[in-house]
Design a protein around this ligand. Sequence first.
Ligand code: ZN
Ligand code: MN
Ligand code: MN
Length: 278
Amino acid sequence: MILGKHVSIAGGLDKAVARAKEIGCNSLQIFVKNPRGWRARNLTDEEVNKFKQKLSEFNFSPLVVHATYLINLASPKEDLWEKSIDGLITDYSRSGRIGADYLVVHPGSHTGDGLEDGIKRISKAINDVLAQVENGTLLLLENVAGAGSSIGASFEQLQQILDNIVNKERVGICLDTCHAFAAGYDLHTKSGLDKMLTQFDEIIGLDKLRVIHLNDSRHDIGTNKDEHAHIGEGDIGKEAVKAIINHSKLKDKPFILETPWFDELPDEDVVLLKKMRN
Ligand code: ZN
Ligand code: MN
Ligand code: MN
């Protein structure tokens, strides 16, 4: 099972690998800069090399990066839209530099300006970024919980964005289970899960699904609320998560936990998932 967790890079990039290894993971997700600011501290070659060394020493794969939260590729405000493109370029070049397989980004919010134009702005921004930076990292759009004017809660919206991407082989999808559930996809039941995966395959294509953010949800289905719960402690529930990680269409995909950090080892989410894996 490919299992990772979002871990902190405090103290240096290589410390993140050590943290993930310590809790029993073989993959990880990180930020490559402070996710709540635009500024990025310098990364030295030494830090990057140490990080890459640790990844190969522990056989970690894939390496997933999550983009800065402030980025809004759908913003109708010209200055914020341009700042967002620059911010994504920073994250994307860094992802390439550290050898990341994937960079996950939220599509964005149209903030009242309308869905259609918002979708166009997202595609245009991504085309800009991919044209300006050439590297081997795949850019993944993450489905969202659907709060406010956010775009990308449904597979249809994600596909509309993908439709307008020029370099389609450089993009893919990250599916967050908490967000999908909050957006109304009934992951809670086996039939609901099958239905969701059939829809995903028909609308986007399961080959485009590169990463699964495996989170339980603190709120019920269709509430559009994005609050992650520990595995089995939310409204998705233990049985449903077990069905997800063992599903024939999902079991070989990388699962990345974005659940809260435990104060003490072991990481109970990792322990539980390994127990539930067939
Ligand atoms: Zn995310
Ligand atoms: Mn997520
Ligand atoms: Mn979330």
